[in-house]
Design a protein around this ligand. Sequence first.
Ligand code: KG4
Ligand code: ZN
Length: 397
Amino acid sequence: MSDVYILGIESSCDETAAAVVRSGEELISNVVYSQIATHQPYGGVVPELASREHLRAIVPVVRKALEDAGHTYQSIDALAVTQGPGLAGALLVGLSYAKALAYALQKPLIAVNHLEGHIHAVLLEGRQNANHPDPRKTGASRGPRSDGELQFPVLALVVSGGHTHLFLAERNDDGWIYHDVGHTRDDAAGEAFDKVAKLLQLGYPGGPIIDFLAKHGNPQAVKFPFAQIKHLDRNPQNRHSPDQHRVDFSYSGIKTAVLRYVETHDMYAAIEQRRRALKELASPSADDVLAASDRVTLDLVASFQRAMVNDLVQKTLAAAREHSATTLLVTGGVAANSELRRVFESEAAQEGLAVHFPSRKLSTDNAAMIAAAAYPRFLAREFAEAELSAEAGLRLR
Ligand code: KG4
Ligand code: ZN
């Protein structure tokens, strides 16, 4: 099989992204236009503003991705686009553009699930690092992943601002299939980071700043209990054996617990003081936020992060035991968290599990992961129909 160059387009949330990937194994270009500045004043993504920004950015972002890759519209082999899940209006911008482009160029279009994209960010980089000359050997169930090979069963934790999902990922001749073996009942983990940061006036998005501030606080200062949500899956198709359990997550409770802590420890005056101090600065740095944070805040932030990390790691390991997984893939925006990486690495090693993350750049939303996930579908000639539409609640299976 000769090289296949796929142009990926992603617009499911607040990043407009385009990338060119060769044969699912080499990132040729990767352009991400982040809308953080637009949503920052609101402390969260405003869907209408996101759609508008995508409309503005999509054409220049795609052009830049082609230019950086040394490609033209004509020289790529196929297009791939995020179909869902995500914000309906935001998805529609990337999807309509990709459909029109594919039609005009008479090139195949491949629809990709955003969550599958996050999983393929890890696989793409594994192959790239291994610099494996034979794409057919990637993903084979032998050898360590360090040379681009995976040991199955593979359990993937996709943890971001919109999702906290556990999937068992399997490979067959046609590509990949996924079994949902656990997900959040309410808020996503990244959403909890963002909401706690908003409550404490630390800035947006919350994850990176909490990651930074937590290093300066005492993670033992505040205890946050989590419920264990382990139960038999009602859908027998998701069970590999009759007594197999699901492991679900829940992160709305910890947000309320942080709010209670703020109320009972009279933190509102300090929060308001920080808000004012940071408002004076054009674009406050992490050090500026640190300088505006007292000990109580730093301890609270460190304790919150520790609780989140421990819950994510413990529940993922419980699911890994339940499904006898040998490899863990941890991906999505929250996978950029330094404590999450450290704890996963040490705990997984103790259980004899291999654990892999994407680079920080490919942890958060990007289009390289969409182009990479599209490659097996390109080989299987799974092309989108002309009626393809965006699906805000698209499931992965
Ligand atoms: O994957 P992503 O870019 O978008 C979604 O698909 O949601 O993830 C964004 C999320 C945000 O909630 C952000 O706060 C979180 O990832 N995040 C982090 C870190 N970097 C980004 N959370 C914790 N620690 C980080 N270092
Ligand atoms: Zn994402």
